[in-house]
Design a binder for this molecule. Structure first.
Ligand SMILES: NC(=O)c1ccc[n+]([C@@H]2O[C@H](COP(=O)([O-])OP(=O)(O)OC[C@H]3O[C@@H](n4cnc5c(N)ncnc54)[C@H](O)[C@@H]3O)[C@@H](O)[C@H]2O)c1
Length: 334
């Protein structure tokens, strides 16, 4: 059944891929974004867009009142964990304060369904791999703490106000639209694969490897990479399960359940691009765990999620296609 869906941060990386999928399925979308990091070019021309800031409660109350929604998907937040350790207040204000304003607007408009972008960062440095949803939640940075606080707020809004909520805990979101229309345009870019591709394009001098003395086979840190289009599909499934009443409150890990080291990813980038990737080893970054790998059995079993694009080769091929055609991002396509 077609729904009216209000999407915060829909002009960002994961948001825009999700907007594309949901619009194709016939849902009516309103994107709410301040465009600090989002791109109008990443959205279909016929999608309804509202420029507003979640930190201004009036903006979001007005937008949701004018566009009554069956459900909200909440992507908008700051995402750089390193920045969160330099300027925590900015992160609490945007990620927690902005979410509180959104929840107030939802109550004011009797909107009761929300899918929230949470993160593997809520687990911190895990004791047990792979990580299940019940693992201890001990974030090692402020960014992860903001996500945990919002999950806990959702718990209380569920109990007190009957808000139905699913938190999706993404591991490392990577890759680009398999049809080549959408990509990743973060400035500054800090994520491994897009940075490696910029090095391959000659736009950066070298790939920095943060630590080669971890207890892993090649000494570099291991992460779980999940394709952005697979994440988009998980949002669709979460929305459907909330809309049908099958789910009322839940949280799911979304990862490929496979770990690759930084060194393995760099090798694959060299293979796919056929280019040189000069590398420099730097000290470990504070708070960077050795190994993060998801157990996503719950998402597969309860939501019926089946990742299709999350193998490393497809991830890097789809990303390379977009980055090589848009070396300077959305505004400067080749
Ligand atoms: N990228 C990842 O690997 C990853 C991993 C785990 C979780 N997440 C979460 O997924 C969500 C989306 O991440 P992304 O990589 O697409 O980030 P992104 O920066 O590309 O998208 C975030 C969007 O939110 C908008 N925004 C931020 N603050 C806003 C505000 N106050 N008002 C209105 N709009 C605002 C930005 O302009 C941007 O378009 C975030 O909540 C992030 O924490 C991302």
């Amino acid at each position: 059944m077609a729904m009216n869906i209000f999407i915060t941060g829909g002009a960002g990386y994961i948001g825009s891929h999700t907007v594309k999928l949901l619009q194709k399925l016939g849902h009516r979308i309103t994107v709410f974004d301040n465009f600090e990091f989002g791109h109008r070019e990443a959205l279909p021309t016929n999608v309804h867009v509202i420029r507003g800031d979640l930190r201004r409660k009036d903006d979001v109350v007005r937008a949701l009142t004018a566009n009554p929604a069956d459900a909200v998907i909440h992507f908008a937040s700051y995402i750089e964990a390193g920045d969160s350790m330099r300027d925590p207040g900015r992160f609490y204000e945007n990620n927690v304060g902005g979410s509180l304003n959104l929840l107030s607007a939802m109550l004011a408009t009797k909107t009761r369904v929300i899918v929230f972008s949470s993160s593997a960062a809520i687990y911190g440095d895990p004791k047990v791999i792979p990580i299940t949803e019940n693992a201890p939640k001990e974030p090692t940075n402020v960014y992860g703490h903001t996500k945990l606080i919002v999950e806990e707020m959702l718990h209380w809004y569920h109990r007190i106000h009957e808000v139905r909520a699913v938190s999706l805990r993404y591991f490392n979101a990577v890759g680009c639209d398999p049809e080549g229309e959408l990509g990743l345009d973060h400035e500054p870019e800090t994520h491994l694969i897009p940075v490696a591709l910029k090095v391959a394009l000659g736009l950066r001098p070298a790939l920095e490897i943060f630590g080669n003395d971890y207890g892993t086979p090649d000494g570099t840190a291991i992460r779980d990479y999940v394709h952005v289009t697979d994440l988009a599909h998980a949002h669709r499934l979460a929305l459907e399960s909330l809309a049908s009443g099958k789910e009322t409150f839940n949280a799911f890990n979304l990862g490929s359940e496979t770990g690759f080291s930084v060194g393995q990813v760099a090798k694959e980038v060299i293979l796919v691009t056929g280019r040189e990737i000069p590398m420099v080893v730097k000290p470990r970054r504070a708070g960077d765990p050795e190994k993060l790998i998801a157990n996503s059995a719950k998402a597969r079993e309860v939501l019926g999620w089946q990742p299709k694009y999350s193998d490393l080769r497809t991830i890097i091929e789809t990303a390379w296609r977009w980055h090589s055609q848009h070396p300077y991002g959305y505004r400067n396509a080749r």
